[in-house]
Write a protein that binds this ligand. Structure first.
Ligand code: FEO
Length: 169
């Protein structure tokens, strides 16, 4: 069994991961709307990744005999200024998620909950990768600037991203 504090914090994180999924699904929808199918694919893969993060936490809470409590999901933004704006918002969001994961790790240490501490290490590593991916795409979008051909080339590349379920990584 998890402590009540730990259980509530993990339940809150499930909600945050589902909000992340919702945010990226909204970015995928907007990318499709403005004709950038590769960006739409990239954000759709990100949506699936976030749902898999939520489910990893969901299974962990369940596996400890605790109650998963689902909460209301906030409405994400639906309109964005540009592809760069979407990725800058993605990075800013991921930085927040990284801070939340670090808080969860701190709580696991406080509660002397070693199992949850080990479980959370996967998320710590995942956040490094997510921020690094976002930084790379932001740098490329800045280089592209107003060059439409450059943007279409990046769109083509982002179309190749495929979802790999965490268990198969
Ligand atoms: Fe689930 Fe993007 O962190």
């Amino acid at each position: 069994m998890l402590s009540e504090k730990m259980r509530d914090a993990l339940n809150t994180q499930i909600n945050r991961e589902i909000y992340s999924a919702y945010l990226y699904l909204s970015m995928s929808a907007y990318s499709t709307y403005i004709g950038l199918k590769g960006f739409a694919n990239w954000f759709m893969v990100q949506y699936h990744e976030e749902m898999s993060h939520a489910m990893k936490l969901y299974d962990y809470v369940n596996d400890h005999g605790n109650h998963v409590r689902l909460m209301a999901i906030d409405e994400p933004p639906t309109v964005f200024e540009s592809p760069l704006d979407m990725f800058e918002k993605t990075l800013a969001h991921e930085k927040k998620v990284t801070a939340y994961i670090n808080e969860l790790v701190d709580l696991a240490i406080e509660e002397r909950d070693h199992a949850t501490g080990i479980f959370l290490q996967w998320f710590v590593t995942e956040q490094i990768e997510e921020e690094s991916n976002d930084n790379e795409i932001i740098a490329r979008l800045k280089l592209i600037g107003d060059d439409g051909n450059g943007l279409l080339m990046l769109d083509k590349e982002l179309a190749t991203r495929a979802f790999v379920p965490p268990a198969a990584e």
